[in-house]
Design a protein around this ligand. Structure first.
Ligand code: LR7
Ligand code: MN
Length: 566
């Protein structure tokens, strides 16, 4: 009996225990539910109050928009106080923000294409995800980019637009933009991703690409305007060749008056680079390509506007995720695409405008030279022995731990069995001048008095005198010259040319010899077209050189650091 009673009691205890557990779980769940409901109600209220504020803000803005302003891409002007405010804004943000806010977001642009493009028919079936990244860009400019894509793209070719906010600090971009998308663009597939930390434009693009669903990715800066039929030739070309990466012609939208200027409808340039690691525009190199409206080989791309098949983007190594901030990713991707089996092309019948600004309107965390560091990364990974030419400009970065670990990128290069940089130079960009290869002589060019040829700090592709300066003891780019196998006395892009029979200027190399042609004879630099010799006679430190009647003598003697052949 006692034993039985004890057993019964044990059962009761067990039951009680189970009930207790169930009860407390239920209680906890209820608590969770009520709390959640409360917070739901709170945000609901929050959204509703801010919706009201946002709506008012938008209406106020929309009321001020001047219909027709900037239509057909004409330069636009405001008057009175607005005009003054606009000029101030231009100085502060490198963009006339006042004008942009008054211009319709869906302004009409004229068709800027070469008329031959109208005869070409495209019928792509691929869908694109358009990815637009931004950091503290003006909302009206971002939205004009979005509207231009929506208006100029047939809906069956557009999977979505993905806006990636690289953690802007600008208030208006926090809620108002989202509200605009939810109300004014609710019938379109425009998504907004807000990054929790500022990641820099390279990682921001990667975040966008990860979300994208389309067959192709098209990246745009957040201050662009697409024009008629811009997307069809890009997608068609990808459909034809999945390894082709395409760049539209990038037209200039003026930062001051938002004019869409086309620089004539048929002339355009493709991408090159400088040994200092910058993107440059170059003329189309192959005569047969000039005037064509089909895609044209481009050695590099500017970086902001391009189309790529989505899987190919990932297969070929997307981006170097350790690249920070701004810069370098464009050349990295260009070299990689060519060296690893893809192609980079400019598509003349696809045109997109871009607002070119005189300076970055945003700052960089810690003031880091991200362009330099990123370029050092790509030089180590992709440029083989030619990286020596980049590090000539950035010696401090050559063996600097700030450049970071490169293992993954080097592994990628191996995995993809990519070709050498030499192959790239020979096959993709044979016109690229290599200052220390296939030249007669290079290095410092000295007189017997320790004076050297010097570019007097002339920046690339500007015109200025060829000068004389005390020879630097250590390497200095300003005193680095080459005597090319074509008889040019040159830097990377500028050549010494005789003007007015005696002045010697550094001007863009034209390759036609004439006044840019020099012979190195018995230590003199002889200019056959004027029959004169380069002379340092009576030239002071830091002053311009000249050519004079050849007389031999110390003032006309020059010696190069390295002479290959004479
Ligand atoms: O930290 C940042 N986070 C960002 O999201 C810094 C910038 N950005 C955004 C920015 O808001 C913009 O939408 O990134 C985009 C590009 O920045 P821009 O417009 O200041 O750059 P850019 O036009 O001066 O520079 C060119 O080179 C860059 C090198 O990293 C990028 O590749 C840009 O996309 C590229 N722009 C173009 O190719 C447009 C044609 C210009 C030319 C030549
Ligand atoms: Mn830009």
């Amino acid at each position: 009996m006692l034993i039985r009673c004890f057993r019964v009691k044990r059962i009761y205890i067990k039951l009680l225990f189970v009930l207790l557990v169930i009860g407390s779980v239920l209680l906890l769940y209820l608590k969770y539910l009520t709390e959640n409901l409360r917070s739901l109600r709170n945000t609901d209220k929050l959204v509703r109050t801010s919706d009201h504020v946002f709506e008012n803000k938008l209406r106020e803005w929309e009321m001020k928009i001047i219909p027709g302003l900037g239509d057909n891409g004409e330069p636009a002007f405001l008057s009175g106080e607005d005009s003054i405010a606009g000029e101030k804004a231009l100085k502060k943000s490198a963009l006339n923000t006042v004008l942009s806010d008054r211009m319709p977001l869906d302004r009409k642009l004229r068709d800027p294409r070469n008329s031959k493009c109208k005869d070409l028919k495209y019928s792509p079936t691929l869908k694109a995800s358009v990815i637009v990244i931004f950091y503290n860009e003006l909302m009206s400019v971002i939205l004009r980019t979005v509207w231009s894509v929506l208006l100029q793209t047939p809906s069956h070719l557009l999977q979505e637009i993905i806006l990636v906010d690289d953690c802007s600090t600008d208030e208006s971009l926090k809620g108002l933009l989202q509200y605009y998308l939810e109300t004014r663009l609710k019938n379109y597939n425009v998504k907004l991703i807000r990054l929790k930390h500022r990641m820099g434009l390279i990682r921001a693009r990667l975040q966008g690409a990860r979300e994208a669903q389309g067959d192709a990715l098209i990246f745009l800066d957040a201050h662009c305007e697409a024009t008629k039929d811009w997307i069809e030739p890009l997608l068609s070309r990808i459909e034809e060749d999945k390894t082709a990466v395409l760049v539209p012609i990038i037209d200039v939208i003026e930062a001051s008056n938002l004019a869409y200027s086309t620089n004539g409808d048929s002339s355009f340039q493709v991408g090159g680079f400088s040994w200092s690691g910058h993107f440059t525009w170059i003329d189309i190199q192959d005569e047969n390509d000039k005037g064509k409206v089909t895609p044209i080989k481009s050695p590099t791309m500017a970086g902001g506007l391009f189309a790529i098949e989505r899987r190919f983007f990932w297969d070929i190594g997307s981006y170097d995720e350790q690249m920070d901030g701004w810069g370098g990713e464009n050349l990295e991707m260009s070299f990689r695409i060519w060296q690893c089996g893809g192609r980079l092309e400019t598509v003349p019948c696809s045109r997109v405008g871009h607002i070119f600004r005189d300076f970055h309107p945003y700052s960089f965390p810690d003031n880091k030279d991200t362009h330099g560091i990123n370029t050092a990364r790509l030089a180590h990974v992709w440029m083989d022995e030619y990286k020596r030419l980049f590090f000539m400009y950035q010696p401090a970065l050559e063996n600097n731990p700030i450049v970071g670990d490169l293992t993954h990128r080097k592994q990628l290069r191996q995995k993809l069995k990519c070709k050498s940089f030499k192959w790239y130079l020979q096959n993709v960009y044979p016109e690229k001048f290599i200052p220390d290869e296939n030249v007669f002589a290079y290095g410092q060019v000295r007189t017997e008095f320790e004076m050297c040829l010097d570019d007097l700090q002339l920046s690339d592709d500007k015109v200025g005198p060829l000068g004389l300066y005390q020879c630097h003891q250590f390497f200095a780019v300003s005193q680095y010259f080459s005597l090319s196998s074509d008889g040019e006395l040159r830097k990377e892009n500028v050549c010494a040319e005789v003007f007015n029979e005696h002045e010697v200027q550094l001007t863009e190399c034209h390759g036609h010899k004439r006044e840019q042609y020099w012979e190195y004879k018995n230590g003199t630099l002889f200019n056959p077209s004027t029959k004169k010799c380069l002379s340092s006679d009576r030239v002071e430190n830091g002053k311009a050189l000249k050519v004079e009647k050849c007389q031999g003598g110390v003032f006309q003697k020059w010696s190069f650091t390295k002479v290959n052949r004479t």
